[in-house]
Design a protein around this ligand. Sequence first.
Ligand code: IPE
Ligand code: IPE
Ligand code: MG
Ligand code: MG
Ligand code: MG
Length: 324
Amino acid sequence: MKQAHIPFFPGKFHLPPLLRKDLRNIETMIREEGQSSNPLMNSMISTLILNGGKRIRPLILMTVFRGLDGAEEAVQQAYHAGASLELIHTATLIHDDLIDQSKLRRGAPTIYAQHGIPPAVLAGDYLFVVAYALASTLPKNLVQKIITDLRHMAEGQLLEEMINPKTLTFTEYLNIITSKTAMLFRSACVSGAFLAGASESMQQVLSDAGLMLGIAFQLIDDMLDVMGNENITGKPIGADFLADKMTLPYLLYEEHFGDLPQERTQETFQAIYADLTSELVMLQAKRLAKEKTKNAQKGFSVLTNASIRTFILEICDKMLSRIL
Ligand code: IPE
Ligand code: IPE
Ligand code: MG
Ligand code: MG
Ligand code: MG
């Protein structure tokens, strides 16, 4: 079996002490809430949670909150929001692996691969419920905003399944990734800003920055699916190709090299690999991820706390450096 425990995203780079404390507190909350008195449920969800993950959504949320010098009285609510979004994300991963028929997650077999379909559906459901319970302690206006984003997330995942990959356009692809991934990043930013008491206009700027960051994040994930290192991503290479997905590298491949092979197998993946990872495809893909990241950074520059502002710009660069 592959070794579990995928490295925490910020890795060795310096987390401001306040954020380090915040992330530790949210981690405790995630681990406490991500339990069940049912032994199988408990083993499924706690294994996935303990196997790591980058915790990037709560990190972004707390960075925005601290970047606006949010009041200490609101910190507990920010923790609830951060833990809730991370658990929602974890629930979607369980269902996503079932939908994508993925075998590996965070360096270990997926719940779907190890236990089958019914336990995977129910483990995802369980974590959604836990996450909503945490979110129910948040101000109603904020919950409304988060719910809107979560509706988009489910709709985006559905759209990806229903659309014909052979005719998918670049605009449709962008719509899918905006909904399925970027909306949750938007929720993280809006939650941090809302709980820090930011004005509506400030919330809007940060909401847009979150959306840009989320789009860049999925573009990078889609590139790493082709050219990543399984020991770092904890996910198998070429999974999107084998699952009949049409993502940015494949859209660009078709633009430059013609139709993808009719049959999607390990052999045909190897056959197109050199062209797929050629500069022609990857430089263009990287350019797009960079452009979206730069847009996000422009939005984050409204954060008022200078050292936190520098830090979030670094997070964005670090994210981009996964592919550059
Ligand atoms: C994976 O998210 C799903 C995508 C939106 C690409 P992450 O890459 O944040 O997964 P973990 O939490 O670090 O495992
Ligand atoms: C998943 O996208 C997005 C959501 C979970 C909503 P992917 O299917 O690309 O995520 P990974 O690569 O399996 O983590
Ligand atoms: Mg997947
Ligand atoms: Mg998927
Ligand atoms: Mg992926």
